[in-house]
Design a protein around this ligand. Structure first.
Ligand code: CMC
Length: 431
């Protein structure tokens, strides 16, 4: 970051000395006011619940312009990456800062492919879960448990250890998600197959059985790969901030990523795709397109507690660029699978059309987000609703680990420790 010529002066109505605060500029996007010395010079904290106006770190990985609806990974627009790259190229980009050349691509793919197996003892751990446990509960446990297997690479101050942990996490996540799914079905685990692509291998681990040959459908493989690309990173969102905060204490990467999985689970974050599909299914079961008007009225009624899931975003106040790509993928997948008349897709399109014209949504700048269509794509592929957030976690792992690595590579990083405005009782004596 660069010190700007601008300075901010904070003045006080009680006659206290004004305080001058430095301003820093990034490469694009808003400047930041450096308040690190504020408490020392004024005895005051800043107050920003939900971090609506706080830059918690400096980062060169992902940039979002919420007003324009722009998303860049390392400077590249998401639209170009989604059309021209595969997920592992995007992983390389997020981790290393640049797209791989042909040789680097081959080496990275081979490296990830050779780390996809998990220790067989993970099966014993898995069997401790109830088969009807939510996959996110299982995934949180399995990811955290990885830390018990890799004592050889948990020195977080060693860049090589950090790199091998990143590779292990990216490689093993699909295996863990598929294991959790197979366990819930009572089917045997399908081991990874090195001759397949990252995404093709995941599809096979999910849907093959030992009794039959499994052939990867290219359209489905490409669609899922795109879902992975679109979810790979998203700046300082709740789960990424969780990973950074958790990792800032110096804990091992597997524990930090497990914390991210836990945060992602919530319906306002990664759980929204599951909630969006459930909403569409409920609406379809209760009158479908005919009943959209009534449903929208319910959404607008603040006492109903109903939200239009898959709509609205903390940062995007314009169409989420990922939602556009997801809508395109949705059409392609439904066509390829002969499901072009899918009633849920039609319902979603109609709901979107009506909401985009409705004053309530226009005024609040609420647009479809990535989750509005991703549930329909995943459902068409055969992924059960309860697994949607686990798929998101699989894809976001690279973003989490890249951000964690970036934080630890900065020699000035500190343990995260927010302060508060205390409104409880002043000190008192126990009677
Ligand atoms: N349906 C109806 N009203 C909404 C919605 C919605 N989906 N989203 C926001 N609003 C209203 C909200 O009631 C408020 O109205 P008012 O100003 O009258 O009180 C206004 O819009 C601003 O809402 P907010 O909750 O202050 O906005 P936020 O930036 O804090 O919340 C959000 C963002 C994503 C939590 C919210 O839009 C939401 O709950 N959306 C549905 C869940 C969802 O789709 N989440 C996925 C986010 S994208 C995936 C990811 O990146 O994790």
């Amino acid at each position: 970051m660069q010190l700007s010529d601008k300075k901010v002066t904070l003045s006080f109505s009680d006659g206290s000395e004004p305080v001058e605060l430095p301003v820093y500029s990034g490469s694009i996007g808003p400047d930041v006011i450096d308040i690190r010395k504020l408490y020392g010079s004024t005895g005051m904290f800043t107050y920003d619940p939900g971090f609506l106006a706080t830059a918690s770190c400096e980062s060169s990985i992902t940039y979002i312009d919420g007003d324009k609806g722009e998303l860049l990974y390392r400077g590249y627009p998401i639209e170009q990456l989604a059309q021209k790259c595969n997920f592992l190229q995007v992983c390389y980009l997020l981790l290393n800062g640049d797209l791989p050349d042909a040789k680097q691509k081959e080496e990275f793919e081979s490296l990830i492919t050779r780390h996809t197996m998990v220790n067989e003892q993970m099966q014993t751990f898995l069997s401790g879960f109830r088969p009807d446990a939510h996959p996110m509960a299982v995934l949180t446990g399995l990811v955290g448990a990885l830390s018990a297997f890799y004592h050889d690479s948990t020195d977080i101050n060693n860049p090589e250890h950090r790199h091998i942990s990143a590779v292990r996490l990216i490689a093993k996540m699909p295996t863990l998600v598929a294991m959790a799914y197979k366990y819930s079905l009572g089917q045997p685990t399908i081991y990874p197959l090195n001759s397949l692509s990252y995404t093709g291998n995941f599809l096979r681990m999910m849907f093959a059985t030992p009794t039959e040959e499994y052939e990867v459908n290219n359209v489905v493989e490409r669609a899922l790969d795109r879902i992975f690309i679109l979810h790979a990173d998203h700046e300082q969102n709740a789960s990424t901030s969780t990973v950074r905060l958790c990792g800032s204490s110096g804990t091992n990467p597997f524990a930090a990523i497990a914390a991210g999985v836990g945060c992602l689970w919530g319906p306002a974050h990664g759980g929204a795709n599951e909630a969006a599909l459930q909403m569409l299914e409920n609406l379809q079961a209760n009158g479908g397109i005919e009943n959209i008007g009534k449903f929208i009225a319910q959404v607008k009624d603040k006492t109903s507690g109903v939200r239009l899931m898959g709509f609205g975003h903390r940062v995007y106040k314009n169409y989420d660029p990922r939602a556009k790509l997801m809508q395109e993928t949705c059409k392609e997948v439904l066509e390829a699978l002969g499901l072009e008349d899918d009633p849920l897709f039609k319902l979603a399109m109609e709901l979107e059309r009506i909401a985009l014209e409705d004053e309530y949504f226009v005024e609040r700048r609420l647009y479809p987000n990535v989750d509005f269509y991703s549930g329909i794509v995943q459902r068409a592929i055969g992924i059960p609703t309860t697994l949607f957030t686990a798929i998101f976690a699989l894809a976001r792992t690279v973003g989490w680990i890249a951000q964690w690595d970036e934080m630890l590579s900065d020699s000035n990083h500190k343990i995260g420790r927010p302060r508060q405005l205390y409104t409880g009782s002043p000190a008192r004596n126990v009677p």
